[in-house]
Design a protein around this ligand. Structure first.
Ligand code: AVJ
Length: 325
């Protein structure tokens, strides 16, 4: 037997990204699981469905801001000296980016676009719908985890890094600063970051956005248990867990939890793990931070950027921030 594996007492599955995260999270107190676990194929479909829910205002509000101010955003980020090159972190299928790509094409005729995402299939979908629908985009996608560093991106003019959709809200503030610092490393003076971040608002608007009447967000949250069943053999009974969305006012974040409705032990064979739940105990599956203009400005500035402009919608529910290095 190989020396390294003989010293490890954990089974092989505990060394895969999913296995090690599930092991870490379900042996922690309180129990947690990282939001990236949501996004298997079914989870990605459920997220797309969430973005179309009447209660989930984020996606349509950000899109409306881009529709209204996209040309100004591009003009503010561009320089006389050359074309703007666009880079998108966590691009996914890049459905919202079209408005900004079109704005760039209106101003400079064509645009180089580098979407980065962990999902190769999402990037393939992005390439396909952009090639079909937006002539003038030269697209070169990159598969990878942008939080672990970004490869340099060549360009003649200036770079604009897009980090939209309030993905930044999944990180604790200190980690959010780190993520933006990673982005800043590939930028030169005069390059820009365009950040979309949800704004703090009344709980009566926030809670339904994360606990919708049709139950899509509940299915999205519970899908993580289905994934652990499929990939690690866990015998979760979905009927004994309930979706919970809470507004944590002190930390200015929505928290999603899965609450065990009974005292129970769940076994996860691939991890040689038995997980005990008390009745009412939860797995904390997501934080979605909500920002004031001041709190997001602080994160942007701690990451070494200077905030140059911001835009919002008439109800001031969502914010788009332009910053430079
Ligand atoms: C993709 C992280 C922006 O926090 O609103 C949607 C994910 N979770 N409904 C968010 C999500 C529950 C979403 N982000």
């Amino acid at each position: 037997m190989h020396a390294v594996s003989s010293t490890l007492s954990l089974p092989e599955a505990a060394c895969t990204p999913v296995g090690s995260e599930v092991y870490r999270g379900l042996t922690s107190r309180p129990k947690t699981l990282c939001p990236w676990l949501f996004y298997d194929q079914r989870g990605s479909e459920l997220f797309e469905a969430i973005t179309e829910l009447p209660e989930y205002y984020l996606t349509r509000t950000e899109r409306a801001i881009f529709a209204e101010h996209g040309d100004e955003m591009i003009a503010a980020a561009a320089a006389e000296s050359g074309p703007l090159t666009m880079i998108e972190l966590g691009a996914g299928t890049a459905t919202k980016t079209g408005l900004l790509l079109r704005a760039a094409i209106r101003s400079q005729g064509a645009v180089d676009y580098y979407p980065i995402d962990v999902s190769a299939s999402a990037l393939a979908a992005a390439e396909q719908h952009i090639a079909e629908g937006i002539p003038g985009v030269r697209i070169e996608s990159r598969v990878g985890d942008y939080t672990q560093g970004i490869e340099p991106i060549p360009c003649e003019g200036r770079r604009l890094v897009l980090y939209i959709g309030s993905s930044i809200g999944n990180f604790e503030p200190a980690d959010a600063v780190q993520v933006l610092r990673e982005a800043r490393r590939i930028l030169a003076p005069g390059d820009h970051l365009l950040l979309g971040a949800d704004r703090a608002k009344d709980a009566s608007v926030l809670i339904p956005a994360y606990d919708d009447a049709a139950g899509v967000t509940a299915d999205f949250n519970k899908n993580v248990l289905t994934r652990i069943h499929r990939e690690l053999g866990a015998d979760f009974n979905l009927r004994t867990f309930r979706h919970r969305a809470r507004w944590n006012q002190e930390q200015s974040r929505i928290e999603m939890h899965l609450e065990s409705l009974i005292a129970q032990t769940v076994s996860i064979p691939a991890l040689h793990l038995e997980v005990r739940f008390a009745r009412g105990e939860t797995i904390h599956t997501e934080n979605s931070y909500k920002f004031t203009p001041e709190s997001i400005a602080s994160i942007i500035e701690r990451a070494g950027f200077a905030l140059t402009r911001c835009w919002s919608d008439p109800r001031q529910w969502f914010g788009v921030y332009l910053a430079t290095v």
